[in-house]
Design a protein around this ligand. Structure first.
Ligand code: 13P
Ligand code: 13P
Ligand code: MG
Ligand code: MG
Length: 368
C-alpha cells in the first residue's frame, strides 16, 4: 500500500468584498503555485479549495507531517497571493500572515494546518471540511458524534471494527497542554472538556488498536499569536471513512444539525454553522452565518486526490440550511446582547479591551 501524507493548509490573505469571498485573481495565483509544487515533484497531487474568504490547499506528498519544505512552500504561496490581494486592495490583505519571516512551520504563524500520514487502503474515502466565520472548537460536537455517538453512527453498534470505540486527543488551547481520552469508557470525562469548545479542542481521533490517526483538525489561535483580534481561526478538518471508520454518511450526518458556534460578525457572536455547497460558501448576512463545506475524495494508491464531490450541495441538507437561517433570524434579534454576542471571557480577545481601557477611569466604587 502507498504511504502518503495528507496536508490541508489554509489562510485568509484578503477578502472580496469585506470578509465574504476570495477574488478570482487570488485563486488563480493559488492555482499557479499549486501547479508549480506538483510539476516540481514537491507534492504528489493537490486540490485548491476555498470557503468564504479563506484559501485552502489540500495536498498529498511523501515528506511527512510538519515538513519544512511543504510548509515553506505554502507560506511563500500565501505571501505571493497577498501581493495580488494588495494590488487589488482586497480587504485585510495578508490577514492571517502574522509574521514577517517564515520560521520552519506555518503552525503558530497564522495559517491553519491539519495533516497526518495515511497508509492508503485499496479504497480510501476521505472528507475534507472547511469552515468560515468560526473557530476550531466548532469541530468538537461533529467529531464526537461521528466517532462516539451511536445515535449518529450506527457503525459503533453493528460494525465489529468500530465497536471498541476510538481515542481522542484533546488540546487545551489556553495552557498549551494535551490529553488523550479513550471512548466510550471515558466519554463523560471528555465531555466535561470538549463541551467548552473555545478552550478545549479535539485535535485527533485515533484507532484504539494502533493509535493510527483517522481524523485531524487545525487548532491555531490567531489572537494568541497576534496578541489582538485579527479574524476568527476559521478551521479545517480531515476525516477518513469506511471499513472500521465512520461511513461517509455517518461522517456527514452531524452537520444535519446546524449547531451553534462562536464567530460570525467580528468574531464576536454565536450563530448556527450552516452546511453549504461550494457555490454558497460566501458568508454575507452580518458576515455570516458561519459556513461549512465538505469535499469528498476517493484517494488512490498513487496518492491522487482526483475530483472531489461537493458533499453538502446535496438537497438532503436543505432542512439543515433552513434551520440555520431560522436560528440566524432568531439570534440576530438579540442585537448586541448575549447569548448572540459572545460572553465576556471570549470578548476579551475581540473588540472589548479597547472600550474597557477607554472607560476604566470612569468606573468608581458603587454604593449599595
Ligand atoms: P474594520 O475595523 O476595518 O471595520 O474591521 C472590522 C472587521 O471586519 C473585523 O475583522
Ligand atoms: P474572517 O475571520 O473570516 O476574516 O472574518 C472576520 C470578521 O471579522 C468577520 O466579521
Ligand atoms: Mg477575513
Ligand atoms: Mg475567514
Amino acid at each position: 500500500m502507498g504511504k502518503y501524507t495528507l496536508s490541508v493548509i489554509k489562510a485568509d490573505v484578503g477578502g472580496w468584498v469585506g470578509h465574504s469571498d476570495v477574488h478570482p485573481d487570488l485563486l488563480a495565483k493559488a492555482d499557479e503555485r499549486m501547479a508549480q509544487a506538483k510539476s516540481s515533484g514537491l507534492i504528489v497531487d493537490y486540490y485548491r479549495s476555498k470557503v468564504g474568504d479563506d484559501i485552502v490547499f489540500i495536498m498529498t506528498h511523501q515528506k511527512g507531517p510538519d515538513s519544512e519544505e511543504i510548509h515553506k512552500f505554502c507560506w511563500d504561496s500565501f505571501v505571493a497571493i497577498t501581493e495580488v490581494a494588495k494590488k487589488l486592495s482586497q480587504y485585510g490583505a495578508g490577514q492571517d500572515l502574522l509574521s514577517d519571516a517564515f520560521s520552519g512551520n506555518v503552525k503558530g504563524m497564522g495559517p491553519g494546518c491539519a495533516e497526518f500520514d495515511i497508509d492508503v487502503r485499496p479504497a480510501e474515502p476521505i472528507i475534507v471540511y472547511a469552515a468560515d466565520k468560526t473557530e476550531p472548537g466548532a469541530w468538537n460536537m461533529p467529531l464526537y458524534k461521528m466517532f462516539a455517538d451511536p445515535f449518529n453512527t450506527i457503525g459503533l453498534v453493528i460494525d465489529k471494527g468500530m465497536h471498541d470505540g476510538f481515542k481522542f486527543r484533546v488540546h487545551d488551547l489556553r495552557d498549551h497542554k494535551e490529553v488523550v481520552f479513550s471512548l466510550p469508557e471515558e466519554m463523560y470525562d471528555m465531555l466535561v472538556f470538549i463541551g467548552a469548545p473555545s478552550r478545549f479542542v479535539i485535535k485527533n481521533v485515533m484507532r484504539k488498536s494502533n493509535d493510527e490517526i483517522v481524523a485531524a483538525t487545525s487548532t491555531q489561535k490567531l489572537h494568541e499569536i497576534a496578541g489582538r483580534y485579527v479574524g476568527k481561526d476559521d478551521p479545517v478538518m480531515i476525516v477518513r471513512c469506511q471499513s472500521g471508520l465512520p461511513a461517509v454518511g455517518e461522517a456527514l450526518e452531524p452537520f444535519a444539525f446546524p449547531h451553534t458556534v462562536a464567530g460570525w460578525m467580528r468574531g464576536s457572536h454565536h450563530g448556527p454553522l450552516m452546511p453549504v455547497g461550494t457555490a454558497d460558501d460566501t458568508p454575507t448576512r452580518f458576515d455570516g452565518p458561519p459556513r461549512v463545506v465538505a469535499l469528498g475524495f476517493q484517494l488512490t494508491q498513487d496518492g491522487i486526490l482526483g475530483t472531489p464531490r461537493d458533499m453538502f450541495a446535496d438537497r438532503s441538507y436543505d432542512n439543515a440550511r433552513q434551520t440555520a437561517l431560522d436560528v440566524a433570524d432568531y439570534l440576530r434579534r438579540h442585537g448586541p446582547f448575549e447569548p448572540h454576542r459572545l460572553g465576556l471571557d471570549e470578548m476579551e480577545y475581540t473588540t472589548m479591551p479597547e472600550v474597557m481601557e477607554k472607560l476604566k477611569d470612569r468606573f468608581v466604587k458603587a454604593e449599595d
